[in-house]
Design a binder for this molecule. Structure first.
Ligand SMILES: [Zn+2]
Length: 389
């Protein structure tokens, strides 16, 4: 059917399929690295070497699954891949980032590249396959992505669909996608990105070649933040420690918010040590400083903040492990504080916090404020053990 049309001239049906696919997929583009091409992605050599070699040998699988924690370069890599597939300068093994094709991909305007992203937290059937035919219940549904990848590339070499946060596809969306995976069109590539592949149907997973992306090493992250983003050594270290393994989270971290939350948690911990009325005020302030929409989430995030401080106090109390301190900018002050505490008591306090966190996550809907108060009472009494003995 395609042969009767001039190359590059889309048919009406093709244009309609493209418009429908773009309109329903949800618009998104890949996050950018500082440098163009695969060279701009750090710490993922193993996954990317295999990918580049497949590109160069023209042996790229039709379906790929990028697996690994968030913020480590999966989506950026998928963006470079979709550029490399159509780059007119550096392709097929890499992307130049400067040619018109690479620019179009970067701006989400390339007619052969489609990103599907969650809408209000889910990828729904409508985004993969929007509506049934009007004629009959049993007629084949419209399948924008299935249709769209089936057409020959409009101006590049290969069509590419990237489904970001693929685990957020609901079961009917996953089933609709299976059709494309069962009979993948020749000149197409599908990339699923997810930190949680177990949420995908086994039949989807088995049809994809999985590429594992690893958490990044601390030293690598620090070097990148210092060299590429011109951060001070202190800021680079703090951000890397607060978001272990994830460059994306380290970059996006709101340090002011972190510091404010930490100050409140520190105050609450000191109130807990004092006990009495101070403790109750501390619990209330701590709960209010927690992040999240629901009270339970706020309480859980408040407990995290106290736990982070106790972790550092424990490291400092044991001594000789200062590189493990997360809030190293407070290390001097906290070393003095830690010297007044016994490591065993801190471990006991951490256990109390863990129990409170478990209670918060239980389906019994505990009272958030009461749980925080009880946790602080437990932490205070654990930390005072040493002086009581
Ligand atoms: Zn290019």
């Amino acid at each position: 059917m395609n042969a009767v049309h001039k190359p590059g001239k889309p048919t009406k049906a093709e244009l309609a399929a493209h418009d429908e696919a773009v309109a329903t997929a949800g618009s998104k583009t890949a996050p950018r690295a500082i440098e163009p091409g695969f060279g701009g992605i750090i710490g993922q050599d193993q996954a990317l070497n295999g990918l580049q070699s497949a590109l160069l040998r023209n042996r790229l699988p039709h379906a790929l699954l990028f697996n690994g924690p968030s913020g480590i370069g999966k989506a950026t890599s998928a963006g470079v891949l979709t550029q490399a597939l159509n780059c007119v300068k550096s392709g097929p093994g890499d992307a130049c980032g400067t040619c018109s094709s690479c620019h179009k991909v970067e701006r989400g305007l390339h007619p052969d590249v489609l990103w599907v992203a969650p809408h209000k937290g889910r990828i729904r059937l409508q985004q993969i396959s929007p509506r049934k035919s009007d004629n009959s219940e049993t007629a084949a549904p419209h399948e924008p992505i299935v249709n769209w990848v089936g057409y020959r590339p409009y101006e590049g070499n290969r069509r590419a669909v990237v489904i970001d946060d693929a685990h957020k596809m609901n079961p009917s969306a996953q089933n609709a996608l299976l059709k494309t995976l069962e009979e993948p069109p020749q000149s197409s590539t599908l990339v699923l990105i997810t930190p949680a592949p177990s949420s995908l149907l086994p039949t989807i997973r088995s049809r994809c070649q999985t590429l594992r992306f690893k958490p990044l090493e601390l030293a690598l992250m620090r070097r990148y933040l210092e060299k590429q983003l011109a951060m001070s050594a202190e800021e680079a270290r703090l951000r890397s420690s607060l978001a272990p393994g994830s460059l994306g989270r380290a970059i996006n971290l709101d340090l002011d918010a972190h510091e404010a939350r930490r100050n409140v948690a520190e105050g609450a911990l000191q109130d807990a040590l004092q006990g009495g009325a101070a403790l109750l005020t501390g619990a209330e302030t701590l709960l209010a400083a927690g992040a999240g929409e629901r009270k339970i989430d706020q309480a859980s995030s408040a407990i995290d903040a106290v736990r982070d401080i106790l972790h550092d106090l424990l490291v400092l109390a044991v001594g000789n492990q200062e590189e493990m301190v997360v809030n190293f900018d407070r290390a001097n002050e906290w070393t003095a504080w830690a010297s007044t505490l016994a490591p065993d008591d801190i471990v006991e306090a951490l256990g109390t916090l863990q129990q409170a966190d478990d209670r918060l996550r239980s389906p019994l809907q505990p009272n958030a404020r009461l749980t925080i108060e009880q946790a602080l009472i437990g932490v205070g009494s654990a930390l005072r053990n040493k002086t009581a003995k």
